[in-house]
Design a protein around this ligand. Structure first.
Ligand code: AHR
Length: 496
């Protein structure tokens, strides 16, 4: 099978915002406790943070991490999580029907995020709480000193403000499962007023209003329209959330879900721009895909989990190889929309629908999805080149025309290297991908890798998976030709 990607230095999508490689830590299951924080673990540092997990997180180079939820945040009192640990209350977390001990809180998260070189994307509770708690929180985190909450922060050990720059105005407020769920008008007003108050405390921040929590929400479209009509002038981003699963074991259809992801993004961009046009507004609203991933393997087990435990095993999807290939295609889709999607958070980071797991024997390990995410994060920085691709197509029960090839190129900031990412979706046929140099002068291949050779259902739980070098390429005056194995995620780096 043949595929083609033509590059053109003058046709670009836009610059990649590094926050496209963000992730997410929520107080749910074992993400925090027995995930990133476990004082009695042999690798724990003086703060109780697991060094083995920190090392794996650092491989992913996540520049921003959303915290502390998720559904959790809609019932969370941030004040419970600061101050002396022995005085912090144990609370019922209604979102996940668990017990929250608050032994890991705001200061601990800030210290941990610093160790993994990530900024915080802070979510405020617009479920059970509102403007007052949010403005107090930002006074606590961002105001230097000399007021009640800023001095409380200093008293609690942080003399310098945390200076958190990206703020989520609640979480999935369109969902009936959300504590304090609201209709679009009520949410729009609350988000608008909360954003104003947050920015009055610190005008340098940016805020994210909740969009739809899935493309198939019955309120999709209406919700975006109503919320943005109310809050357009005072918010900076609109959020999208999207999870996928191969529930009926139809792999070709599953691997085509990036088309749904693409439609979702394009649809929300169109809605933002329609409102912009109608209002004759110069300001553009960009997107924050602040939860995305595969999520379905653990659903049944979660239904059977007894409630009101501390850090129960919840949402512990064990990912297989086909999941990693879909994640690769979703990453390419995000890059394709780098002009409008400025923030994206792989949900989540550790133990909970995560690329990194810890097991009950104390071992930390990388899941299959770790590998494409790591490569897109570390190599996909710079300017995205307009993806001009062609390849054979197939159809599935949900999609009429699915290309076997997903591919995109990113030019680094120095302008001397193009990285090509490519997925071959065929389950049995290799693809000869020709990367047409277009206006570039391809000097040499500086690296080529493949993530391939695993059965679709193979996981990394028992034996680690590996990215291997790909040597099956040739370079000539017209460009590069490289063989992409069946069912594979691939990268090529070319000096230009
Ligand atoms: O990431 C898991 C959950 O998915 C989040 O808490 C919620 O926002 C979404 O429904």
């Amino acid at each position: 099978m043949k595929g083609n990607l033509t590059l053109d230095a003058h046709a670009t999508v836009g610059k990649v915002d590094p926050r496209l490689s963000g992730s997410f830590i929520e107080h749910v299951g074992r993400a925090v406790y027995h995930g990133i924080y476990q004082p009695d673990h042999p690798s724990a540092d003086a703060d109780g943070f697991r060094q083995d997990v920190i090392d794996l997180v650092k491989h992913l180079q996540v520049p921003i991490i959303r915290y502390p939820g998720g559904n959790f945040v809609s019932g969370f009192n941030w004040e419970d999580s600061v101050g002396p640990k022995d005085q912090r209350p144990r609370r019922l977390d209604l979102a996940w029907r668990s017990v929250e001990t608050n032994q890991f809180g705001l200061h601990e998260f800030e210290a941990w995020a610093k160790k993994v070189n990530a900024d915080t994307m802070m979510a405020v509770n617009l479920g059970t709480r509102g403007i007052d708690a949010a403005r107090n929180l930002i006074e606590y985190t961002n105001f230097p000193r000399g007021t009640y909450y800023s001095d409380l922060r200093r008293q609690n050990g942080a003399d310098q403000p945390f200076n958190i720059k990206t703020w989520c105005l609640g979480n999935e407020m369109d969902g009936p499962w959300q504590i304090g769920h609201k209709d679009a008008t009520d949410y729009g007003k609350l988000a608008n007023e909360t954003s104003k108050a947050l920015k009055w405390v610190d005008s340098s921040i940016e805020t994210v209003a909740c969009g739809s929590s899935a493309l198939d929400m019955p309120t999709f479209g209406q919700w975006e329209n109503t919320v943005l009509n109310i809050a357009y002038d005072n918010v900076d981003y609109l959020s999208l959330h999207r999870y996928y699963g191969n529930r009926d074991d139809d792999t070709p259809n599953y691997l085509a879900q990036n088309l749904d992801f693409d439609d979702f993004i394009s649809g929300v961009v169109a809605m933002c721009d329609a409102i912009k046009a109608r209002r004759h507004n110069k300001k553009q609203i960009n997107l924050s895909m602040d939860e995305w991933n595969v999520w379905y393997h653990s659903n049944q087990q979660d239904d059977e989990t007894a409630p009101w435990q501390e850090h129960p095993h919840l949402l512990e999807d064990i990912y297989n190889f086909e999941d990693a290939i879909l994640v690769g295609s979703l990453l390419i889709t995000l890059l394709k929309h780098a002009d409008r999607v400025k923030i994206a958070c792989l949900a989540q980071l550790v133990n909970v629908i995560a690329p990194i797991m810890t097991d009950d024997n104390g071992k930390a390990w990388a899941q299959s999805i770790f590998y494409p995410f790591m490569q897109a994060s570390t190599m996909g920085r710079g300017t995205v080149l307009t993806p001009n691709t062609s390849a054979e197509t197939y159809s599935t029960k949900e999609f009429h025309t699915v290309s076997y090839l997903d591919s995109i190129g990113v030019l680094n900031d120095a302008g001397n290297q193009v990285t090509v990412f490519a997925v071959n979706k065929s389950l049995d046929t290799p693809m000869q991908l020709h990367v047409d140099a277009g206006t570039f002068d391809f000097k040499q291949v500086t690296g080529a890798t493949q993530f391939a050779g695993y059965a679709p259902k193979q996981t990394a739980q028992d034996a680690a998976m590996h990215i291997a070098p790909n040597t099956k390429y040739t370079l000539d005056a017209t460009g590069l030709t490289i063989e992409l194995p069946p069912l594979s995620w691939n990268t090529v780096q070319i000096a230009v």
